[in-house]
Design a protein around this ligand. Sequence first.
Ligand SMILES: [Zn+2]
Ligand SMILES: [Zn+2]
Length: 404
Amino acid sequence: MNHPEYLAFALPAFFLFLWLEYVVVKKKKLKNIYKYESSVSNISIGIAERLLNLFITVSFYNLYVWIYENYSLLDISNAWWIWVVMLLATDFVWYWYHRLGHEVNIFWGAHIVHHQSEEFNFTVAARITTLQAIVRNVFWCILPFIGFHPNLVMTILVVHGVYSFFTHTQILEKQKWLEYIFITPSLHGVHHASDEKYLDKNYGDVFVFWDKLFGTFQKEEEKPRYGLTHPINSYSFLWQHFHYYLELYEAARRKSSIKEKLTIYFGSPAVMDQEIRPIIEKKWMSKNKVNSYHFKYKGYINLQLILSFVAMSILTYYFDQFDNLTKGFFVAFVLITLINIGAQLEQKRWVPYLEHIRFLVFCNFFIIQSHNYFLLILPFLFVFIIEKMFNFSNWYQKSILKII
Ligand SMILES: [Zn+2]
Ligand SMILES: [Zn+2]
């Protein structure tokens, strides 16, 4: 299966809907829908997922083909009604993949990122990590095993992706009759809430009846308070991705037997020791954390976000033409930029060093492409000079980050 280039065109559609939502929010004068830092983090996480997914999608497709050709249980025809059965089957698998994502620590570590946002809008739909995509794809293996053709599986995955995008918004009016059949934005909003009565409810993606069947249905009554019960209070790209795994590692480290350690990784997030979080925060979080953001350089953050998006779109479109060096460059450039954006939102002291690394990656990629290897020394020399002669890092920390 080739990489579908139309994905590169689907990406601008995402921003078109974001813009439409923004226009409606402004027109209706709705409050507390967006927060700048939150939207930037959501989009950053989404860009990283789209970028890294380019590398895993083909592997999973090949895995599905291998399972289908060697182990499929049933010989399922191509009749039109198979699509309906398929949608029901995938939604059922989705329900359990999602529910286990909340009930088993090792899966929750990947899914928690989707729930960190304290705002609820279309940008939250993009807040999915590659790790979560991998977990989801592993769950989908059951479908070719049953006998569904891998092409059908991949197509229906797109349907799920598109549907769940539209359930992340507060601008659509509540439609009571729809809630008898479908998961609506109101019902999915309940799933994103941290209020006691809304916890661990509405795991379905398209249809509502799995939740009703398995006792996890809850309709919206009071307005939900979105986000985690214990918010992470950080917009750091790295921290958002990995804090829960660090917590698990720390919790497991305190146990002596293998059995106890495994109980941590495969146990329930509901019984996680709440003492662990502050300990790892103290160990890993910046000591320079500031509470008020000045955003004098908001334009710089926006520019980096646009650049990352453009780079990710180019890689999507040209994925099959690019060699491994070029692919590696695009991944490194985008990931460093996204980490940089998160670190700037958090005003981390090490941002200027990351600027150097990005500069070196950028220049050296073009030098390697031109085969003029003797020029490789120049970017290093440049960094050395601006540090030694102009004290670049110091100036950056003082003028841009305003932390010293
Ligand atoms: Zn969830
Ligand atoms: Zn969601």
